[in-house]
Design a binder for this molecule. Structure first.
Ligand code: HSE
Length: 316
């Protein structure tokens, strides 16, 4: 054990990437939460402070608490941990707010205990936090939050996670309408079955997107950023969705879709300039709607949760 208290940065993430519901995700640069985690002689998990959001302080009702408790139960460590959370990612925004808390907690506790667990095990613990938040232990936000870059959940049982190559010119643009959409609600509207025809098109797109990312084939990435299963249902919950898509594609983005379960939407672009043009185009499109919103343009972060670095981890 090197130190009994550390401060970490846990990044925001975009899950699904249109075609990859519950399996694909990426980590964002410069948008994330800060957490300070320390070891204590008292058993269990204590949340000492939460700033930036109104979230439960009881460990069993808090995603970071639940994830950290799951990890502690899998060790023979006799003490406990104390967690302080500074939320920058609004809960219900669609950019992995609960995932950042859960991933940050397990990464930090693992580090303080001398790294007993593999990243894959950490994803398993953190996904239990997601289960508390949304009713489903989906790992497509916690995996990129922990690994960085772009990840694929090849299998949930057993967990099998693959890192996907990230072309260096890939940028993400986000627009976050300031309305709250709970993941549990936007999951409850989904159909439980799909037709074979839709399945064929969707797994063709997942394969196409992964191939396009590995070969840096932007045309293939662009054609594959399509979702015929989830988006038609969820986009109805996001005001102005179709106009935003037109605005993003008109500005030259490779593709456009819902970030995780929404309400944030995202576009991927080749190069920072196009990503910034896309951001401007989304701003012009949304300004007339009367719904407050925020936008960000971000590179894809190669790193997942990491020790806080005051020089590079600027909170927005
Ligand atoms: N895959 C999850 C969903 C991500 O779409 O419900 C939630 O952020």
């Amino acid at each position: 054990m090197e130190s009994s208290k550390i401060t970490i940065f846990s990044p925001a993430t975009i899950a699904n990437l249109s075609c990859g519901f519950d399996v694909l995700g990426l980590a964002l640069e410069g948008i994330g939460d800060r957490m300070t985690v320390g070891l204590t002689p008292e058993k269990g998990v204590r949340i000492s402070q939460i700033t930036g959001a109104d979230l439960p302080m009881e460990a069993e009702k808090n995603v970071a608490g639940v994830a950290a408790l799951a990890l502690l139960r899998a060790t023979d460590y006799q003490g406990g941990v104390v967690i302080e959370i500074e939320k920058q990612i609004l809960p219900g925004s669609g950019i992995g707010s609960s995932a950042a808390s859960a991933a940050g907690a397990v990464w930090a506790v693992n580090k303080l205990l001398g790294d007993p667990f593999t990243p894959e095990r950490l994803v398993g613990f953190a996904a239990l936090g997601e289960a508390l938040a949304s009713g489903a232990a989906h790992a497509d936000n916690v995996a990129p939050a922990l690994y960085g870059g772009i990840t694929l959940i090849r299998s949930y049982d057993p967990l099998d996670i693959a890192r996907i190559h990230c072309p260096p010119l890939l940028y993400a643009t986000l627009l976050h309408p300031q309305i709250e959409l709970k993941t549990s609600d936007s999951r409850s509207i989904l159909k439980r079955t799909i037709s074979l025809e839709k399945g064929i098109r969707q797994w063709g797109n997942v394969g196409g997107l992964v191939t396009g990312l590995f070969t840096e084939d932007y045309g293939l990435i662009s054609r594959s950023l399509e979702d015929g299963i989830i988006e038609p249902l969820r986009s109805l919950l996001i005001p102005g969705f179709d106009d935003l898509r037109e605005a993003a594609l008109g500005a030259g983005a490779l593709g456009f879709g819902i970030s995780g379960s929404g309400p944030s939407v995202f576009a991927l672009s080749r190069g920072k300039e196009t990503a910034l043009q896309t951001e401007q185009s989304l701003i012009s499109c949304y300004s007339s709607l009367g719904i407050p919103f925020k936008t960000y343009t971000s590179a894809i972060s190669k790193n997942g949760v990491r020790l806080w670095n005051a020089q590079t981890d600027i909170l927005t």
